[in-house]
Design a protein around this ligand. Sequence first.
Ligand code: MG
Ligand code: ZN
Length: 359
Amino acid sequence: MKKIVALFLILMTVWAAVGQEQAKNVILLIGDGMGAEQVRSMKYTAGEAAIMTQFPHQGWSMTHSLRDSVTDSAAGGSALSTGKKTINGRIADNEDGTPNETLLEWAEKHGKSTGIVVTVPITHATPAAFYAHAPSRKMNQEIANQLVYSGVDFAVGGNWCFFRPEKRTDSKNLIDSLKARNYQVVFNTNELAKIQQLPVVALLTENDPPKVEERGDWTTIAVTKALDLLSTDTNGFFLMIEGSQIDWGCHNNDFNHLANEMADFNNAVTLAYRFAQNHPETLVIVTADHETGGLTFDKKIDRLSPKKQQKKVLKYIHWSTGGHTAANVPVYAYGPYSALFEGVMENTDIPHKILKIWK
Ligand code: MG
Ligand code: ZN
């Protein structure tokens, strides 16, 4: 009997392994500053819960950095990109300056196409943590330089000021450097929408990108184009999409800014989710680098009708800080191997799990 049970278990395991789709594509969506309450805010502002709350597997990520209980976006992004905790302010390296390989670099090395879509400077801490290595997130010019040689196939963000000779202290023309490396370089969403092949870098503003009300369909155009072009790679792709300005809204305790950026990020998650539903070899993970603002809601808001919630939400919110907090942040996963993202994990576990799945 024992032998039969053992045989049955082996057969089940083999069947499960064969039946499991590969996860050749990974889409990692990071809501900067997006804690559980920021996700929950959509219920009160949009009348329905954020799309990621429907994902089948959910967990929690512990966000502390190497020395601090409260991380910044540099150490938080580095943890998610490299699987190693570092000191606040550092970009994908250790205290001694040695670099840690990022998910994007691993994907490039193994023949996958790669992409980054953000709504802040393309050199900002979160995107930089995926393609650059630097002792300080403030080194925008150096980080811009590293983007040129990173091998990334699709990059959308703001601040072409860090790439133009007249704006750089070394007078380097990084737009020319990009073109010399076969990149198409575009400066607005109309041009981006017309791009037919990789590689492309889109720098959509001269300085810091504005709020979503002014950015318009930046996210929709960039994410749709990223998925169209990256999915032509039969080896698969890695795409990091950031809901960048959720953090900015929360730093200013500006609930309306947060709500609009959450809706924009939710739109990006919806596009990724729909893509994964039509492309089963795609794993979608939604998480955050940390929580910002210490946002909470008064429980009395739940007694109101959805209509009244939308109208009066400002009366029921509390902020505890203008900075980041140590709160755990949610993790949502959909697609092959998404069950691995259940439970409480370190932020550094997330890239380790992705690498394990790819290998
Ligand atoms: Mg960020
Ligand atoms: Zn922040």
